[in-house]
Design a protein around this ligand. Structure first.
Ligand SMILES: [Zn+2]
Length: 121
């Protein structure tokens, strides 16, 4: 999947601020960083606007989400194509960081959506 296909899949919406933006303002963000063994497969990449990607910088996803409640809510709402194991890992790291508002229902909700989409196609 190339970057344009990724942006189309995510409907050109940044998963962190939730804003639909022009392709020129979008970037590819890796959920599991390449430095930590993450690859470019469809379940490890999300659409992020340049502003959010710059703000996130080199922090881990959980570190960034721990500091930005709105980005946290948006991520769990919009990043529904992310591999469930990556979503679980992020939720677990958030819990370790003392973030208590990531409910099991939210994480399971992402997985439920993925299941129903798999059945539809
Ligand atoms: Zn953004």
């Amino acid at each position: 999947m190339n970057r344009l296909e990724l942006f189309a899949r995510d409907e050109h919406r940044c998963v962190y601020c939730g804003v639909v933006q022009d392709v020129a303002d979008l970037s590819v963000d890796h959920v599991q960083p390449r430095a930590r063994g993450g690859d470019g497969s469809h379940g490890n990449v999300v659409t992020a606007c340049r502003g959010c990607n710059t703000l996130k910088a080199s922090r881990s996803l959980a570190h960034y989400l721990a500091e930005h409640p709105e980005a946290r809510r948006n991520f769990f709402q919009y990043a529904r194509y992310v591999y469930p194991r990556h979503v679980r890992a992020v939720a677990e790291e958030l819990a370790r960081r003392g973030v208590g508002d990531v409910s099991t229902e939210l994480v399971e909700g992402i997985r439920g959506q993925r299941r129903s989409e798999a059945i539809d196609t």
